[in-house]
Every structure is written in structure tokens, then in C-alpha cells.
Design a protein around this ligand. Sequence first.
Ligand SMILES: Cc1cc2nc3c(=O)[nH]c(=O)nc-3n(C[C@H](O)[C@H](O)[C@H](O)COP(=O)(O)OP(=O)(O)OC[C@H]3O[C@@H](n4cnc5c(N)ncnc54)[C@H](O)[C@@H]3O)c2cc1C
Length: 402
Amino acid sequence: MEKEIIIIGGGIGGLTLARALQLKRIDFQLYEQAKSFEALGYGLQISPNVVRVFQQLGLDKELEAISHRCYGFQLKSFDSDREIASWQLNQTIPYYQCRRADLHQLLYDSIEDKSRIHFCQRLTDYHQEEESLYFSLENDPQKYSAKALIGADGVRSHLRKSLFPNYEAKYSGYFAFRAILPFSEKYRPLWGKATVWMGKNHHVVAYPNENKQIGKCWLNLVLVVREKNWQEEGWAITADKQEIWQRFGNKSPLLDEILQDLGKTEETCYKWGLFTHQPLPYWSKGKVTLLGDAAHPMLPFQAQGAGMAIEDAYVLANCLSLETKIETALFKYQQLRQERATKVQQTSRKNADIFHATGISAIARDIALGLAVTVNSNLINLKTAWIYDYDVTNLGYISKKT
Ligand SMILES: Cc1cc2nc3c(=O)[nH]c(=O)nc-3n(C[C@H](O)[C@H](O)[C@H](O)COP(=O)(O)OP(=O)(O)OC[C@H]3O[C@@H](n4cnc5c(N)ncnc54)[C@H](O)[C@@H]3O)c2cc1C
């Protein structure tokens, strides 16, 4: 087989890389272990830093068509439903909320040559020497050669394990229920916003998911619990709606109404152990590198895991098109991405403490947030500007060399 860029994993990060390489006319093959793409319907928030990448990939109109537009945030107390703070987002570039399955499909549809995407193909091994790089797949005795091997294989990355045997992702002390249900008029107070109920050992994030292409709208819920141990087999399992009610019911009247509606729907809910590990010392070694959750699995409390995978993919495709030597391209990619993704990974962890604060810390948090928006409604936007206003498509290196 002719040597090409090999992408392991067809999640959001792997497919974005495939789209970006296609635009650069760089040959690739993508291997995905699953039989087909999962149609799990839960939601994702896609912030302006990520929308900028979609603009460059020529997919911003398609993204808009499958998304709900978010204009602001509101923070509420989990116990009383009292509003702690609310503010409007800066609106130069949109902030969207969509279903992961729709985003995944959009990226898949954007790949012209589908024969480059191989399902049921699981990376089992690779070997690199000075000039050569080989890899093998499960149930296939052949060894394939590659120009570069990109591990976009998620939080349980096989490639990361072989590069860093001591960096296995560990249970973070948090798990989440993920649920989605048809949007009802009763949920109007949540329209156009991301709403977070914060409380002791629990927080809930709710936002609409709207696919204008098919004229459907849902409410997406992420219900997070802080608990020391993860007892379940596996990471993402079907959840019992009764357990969700026991943990989150009888608190906020609006949330109660939503959870009662959820109980009446056919929708399956999932329970996810949230796993992460310490930041890696490096991502690229010779002709092999990591991307997305494989490089920096993060808690979802800044809603940036997929966002960082998308930014990574954009930068990596540019590095591969600008540098002639693969090793230089992968090193440059790491230089451009590692500091930012690590900072977002660490900020997501800090947000866990803010959302789940108790006692005096919770009182101090509520006063500080309330004051911040009263004194200057733009103050919180200024605090998150380093994430949302960042333009990965306009880094000096990329724009100078293009
Ligand atoms: C509760 C929750 C809420 C979230 N909310 C948001 C949000 O609002 N916004 C946001 O940006 N992010 C969010 N995230 C994070 C986001 O879902 C992930 O960060 C993102 O999906 C990571 O993409 P990825 O491509 O790196 O990995 P994945 O999407 O995990 O893809 C990895 C792929 O690799 C395949 N694979 C694995 N091993 C192999 C192998 N050996 N060979 C071949 N294929 C393999 C897998 O089957 C999979 O398809 C959330 C996460 C959770 C848990």
C-alpha cells in the first residue's frame, strides 16, 4: 500500500482531521474500530473558537443548519432554583448547541472519498524506526506502512498507552447522566441559553438542541454527580431514569418537570464515568502523534473536549501541508497546541470545584458571580475570552506560511 497519513479513530477529532487533509489534498486513510458510527443523540456545545474552524473547513452553513444558537448563560442554585447570575455572550461569532450525532454525520458527509474510511478496523500495534513506520490491525496478518500515524482514538487511546504506559486515564471522582428529550414549550426559560444548576455534589447543564434541517428540537441534559467510586462495568452504560430522579428530583421545580417528562419518554439515558489523566509531557514522537481526547482527555466542565479536538485537527493538517518532513510537522503541531489544550484541560478541572462548591465557598462563589455581572455584565466574557475569542485559524505560523 502506498504510504499515507493514517488516522486511527473516526470520532469528532479524526473526522475533522480527515476533512482538513482532504482540503489540503493530502492523502489519508482512517481506521475506526466500530461497525458504524454510533447514533447517540446527546448534545455538544460548539463555542466561537470552534465555529472559526468550521468556517475555514467550509462547513459553517451546515453547522448552523443543525444547531441551536446560544445567546447567554444562566447559573442557578440547584436547591432553590434561585438565579445566581446570568449574562449575554459576545456575539461576533455564534455559539452553538447541537447533537453530537448530527455533527458527526456532517463531518462524515463532508468526506468526498468514503473509501478512505474503514470501519471494523482496530489498530493493535505499530512499529517505527528511523525511516519506516508500520502498523497492524486486528484480524489482519498484514503489516501496513504509513507516512505518519495519528492517534485520534479517544480517552482510552491505544496509541497513548503504547507511548505512555504510565498515563492510563483514571476515574475523576465525577460521573454524568446524559439525557435528551423532545423540547416542550414548558422549557421556554431555557431557550437560547445554556443553564447550569449548581449544588453540593451535583450540577446540571441544560440546553436546547435544534436541527433545522429536519425541523426537530430537543432538550439536552448533563447531570453530574461527585462520588468517590465508579462501581459500574465499563464507562458509558444505559442509565436507570429512576436513579436520575432519586439523585436530582425534588429540587428545582422546572428541573422536576423536565425529569418527570423524561420518565415518560422512550429515550435511553446514559451514565458516563468521567475519566482523565495528568497532562502528557509531549504528544509527538517521530512519525506518531496524538490528537483530541487521546492527547488531553478532559472533564466536560468547560464544554471544550470536542472543541480542542477540532482545533488540534485543523492545526495538524496545516502543519502537515506546510512542512516537508513529517517529524518536523508533528513537532510543530505539538508546539502550537499543547500549551493551550493543557490549560483548557486544567481549567475544566477547576470548574468542577466551582460548580460543586459547598458551605462558605458556595456563598462566596454566588456573591462573586452576582457582583461580577452587576458591576460589569461583560466581566465573565472577559474571563473566558482566552478560550472563545482564540482564533486557531490565524496563528502567525499558519497564516505566514500559507
Ligand atoms: C458528559 C459530557 C459532555 C460533553 N460536552 C461537551 C461539549 O459540550 N462540548 C465539547 O466540545 N465537548 C464535550 N464533551 C467532550 C467530547 O465529547 C470529547 O472530548 C470528544 O468527543 C473527543 O473527540 P475525539 O475524537 O478525541 O474522541 P472520540 O470521540 O472518543 O473518538 C475516538 C474514536 O476512536 C475509535 N477508536 C478507539 N480505539 C481505536 C482503535 N484501537 N482502533 C481504531 N479506532 C479506535 C473509537 O471507536 C471512537 O470512534 C463532553 C463529554 C462528556 C462525557
